[in-house]
Design a protein around this ligand. Structure first.
Ligand SMILES: [Zn+2]
Length: 165
């Protein structure tokens, strides 16, 4: 009888782990593979939750203070929600007061790529994931030391994992 209880508990834990992994249906997601992805938007649309697709592939912006991570103060790593590429750590996160998760630098210079965005009647620098080319947010020059940069990101395209205690 005790064995049955243990097996049931293990099965339940496994199911929970699978269900909590939002990327279980995403074959491109990897936190270790750095190979650049070229995947059609029609394929991403099939895989990604609607809110993620809108930001990542249609350059949408989530409403301020509505995302999961603007007020997250846990220690850990922020990965690209779309492909698993490591993007930022909690070490470089700061409270910008904007309602979007803000960082003063990416994990590596090669984690992200930039291009000029002239939409919405202004010129801004768009930040994309270097692995899957998903839109992440914008970078501004009013950030804190040591870089003076403010990477203004959308929670929807970030996937946070706490560091081991
Ligand atoms: Zn990515």
């Amino acid at each position: 009888m005790r064995n049955v209880v243990i097996i049931c508990a293990m099965l339940f834990a496994m199911l929970l782990a699978i269900a909590s992994s939002a990327q279980s249906k995403n074959p491109y997601y990897s936190r270790t593979d750095s190979k650049v992805l070229q995947v059609a938007n029609s394929e991403w649309k099939r895989i990604l939750p609607e809110g993620v697709y809108r930001v990542a592939r249609e350059e949408g912006t989530e409403r301020a203070f509505t995302g999961e991570y603007h007020d997250n103060h846990k220690k850990g790593t922020y990965y690209c929600y779309v492909c698993g590429n490591p993007l930022f750590t909690s070490e470089t996160k700061f409270d910008s007061g904007t309602g979007w998760p803000s960082f003063y630098q990416p994990i590596r210079g090669s984690s992200v790529k930039y291009h000029t965005d002239k939409s919405a009647g202004m010129e801004r620098t768009e930040v994309e994931c270097a692995r899957c080319s998903s839109h992440l947010g914008h970078v501004f020059d009013d950030g804190p030391k040591p870089t003076g940069k403010r990477f203004c990101m959308n929670s929807a395209v970030l996937d946070f994992a706490s560091s081991a205690p």
